[in-house]
Design a protein around this ligand. Structure first.
Ligand SMILES: [Fe+2]
Length: 380
């Protein structure tokens, strides 16, 4: 790579218990915030109250947009945009998992630029989105540090990927305490999503020296902490490490894009509503086995980052794929496409959709549609 650039939010705050600083940080960005949150869990665990209190104490006005579900669609974004416009908000605060953060980014984009979200699937917006504070509650999608948002367009049966610098959040606030109450299944799925981000960033044709630093570090930290964080939510050290690692993974893939695992997981979400992280988790080891011959040395690097041993680069790369199978098997997730009730007749249209995705073009091994069908079949 002869030249490269690296994008990140202008400020990343990592602080266990840092939710109390949300108001002070938001004050840097505006005076009235559209606060975007998900279902009832942030009310039940008290984090929504703490966020609103912090904003009020700092003198930031608030308008609440609640009930954003996972896999948000264009309608969810449109409703939020209308509320944002009617109430005169000049910034957005998103607190939640990737779906909430992606929705908040999309609302901020439309509030600043007008038009429809589908316009920005291909065209670049003229202005940055409204200033945004992003507070993740899973570990995670890395959405708080990326220039990407995934929103479903039901009319086209498609998960749209909006990717542009104009939706990079201004400030990311990472408070690992917010992940303590995450159910084990969500911790497992989002953690495997983060591992997939790190690995795909490292193997992408777009990988560069800075993203490599973050990706390798994230791979090692996730392998060392994921299972402890899933099975012992009171393990503050593991939770803190997972929160940081998923952010590193976000900084890496946010600059490189992801690869074939993500191309193949998106259709599983659209056709069957399989959660994004769980879909990546079921695909990861098999797709890495497929990739192996094209990138042995890079796979060996990642095996070393995980502390694995093997004879030579091939031995290390094979140790890596074996370890991925083991990591997945020990998580409270579904372990085959059959368990997810995926039907054989959908494999080809899903493979065609995965083949057409931009993320497939930067995968280290270039698959055919037949290759992708075979990979899905192997996991049935
Ligand atoms: Fe992902």
């Amino acid at each position: 790579m002869e030249s490269y650039q690296f994008l990140s939010p202008r400020k990343i705050v990592v602080k266990t218990g840092g939710l109390a600083s949300a108001g002070t940080l938001a004050k840097e960005l505006g005076s009235k915030a559209l606060v975007c949150v998900g279902g009832s869990s942030s009310r039940k665990n008290g984090s929504l109250d703490r966020l609103m209190q912090s904003l009020r104490q700092a003198g930031v006005g608030t308008v609440l947009y609640e009930g954003i579900r996972s896999d948000p669609d264009v309608e969810t974004v449109e409703k939020g945009r209308a509320l944002c416009g009617e109430s005169g908000c000049d910034m957005v605060v998103g607190m939640g998992g990737g779906s909430v953060l992606d929705t908040a980014k999309s609302i901020g984009l439309l509030a600043a630029n007008g038009g429809k979200l589908t316009d920005y699937e291909t065209a670049r917006p003229g202005k940055p989105m409204l200033p945004m504070l992003a507070v993740p509650t899973t570990a995670g999608t890395g959405s708080e540090v990326t220039k990407m948002a995934v929103v479903t367009d039901p009319a086209r049966k498609k998960k749209m990927l909006i990717s542009c610098e104009e939706i990079l959040p201004d400030i990311a606030l990472l408070d690992a305490e917010l992940t303590y109450s995450m159910p084990a299944r969500v911790a497992a799925a989002t953690g495997m999503d983060a591992l997939t981000h790190a690995m795909e960033a490292y193997l992408s044709d777009n990988a560069g020296p800075v993203t490599d630093l973050f990706a390798r570090k994230a791979v090692g930290m996730i392998a060392a902490n994921l299972h402890a964080a899933v099975y012992n939510p009171k393990n503050a050290e593991a939770k803190k490490n997972m929160m940081a690692a998923q952010m590193y993974a976000g900084l890496a893939f946010g600059n490189t894009m992801t690869c074939l695992v993500h191309s193949m997981s998106r259709p599983l979400g659209v056709y069957y509503g399989i959660p994004h992280g769980e879909a990546n988790a079921v695909l990861l080891a098999a797709v890495m086995e497929f990739n192996l011959p094209s990138c042995v040395s890079r796979m060996a690097d990642m095996a070393e980052a995980m502390g694995l041993s093997g004879e030579g680069e091939w031995g290390l790369a094979e140790a890596l794929t074996a370890h991925l199978h083991k990591m997945h098997a020990l998580l409270p997730l579904r372990h085959s496409l059959a368990e997810m009730h995926v039907r054989r007749e959908d494999l080809r249209p899903m493979a065609e959709s995965a083949f057409a995705a931009g993320t497939t073009k930067v995968n280290p091994r270039k698959p055919t549609v037949e290759d992708i069908v075979s990979l899905y079949e192997k996991l049935l």
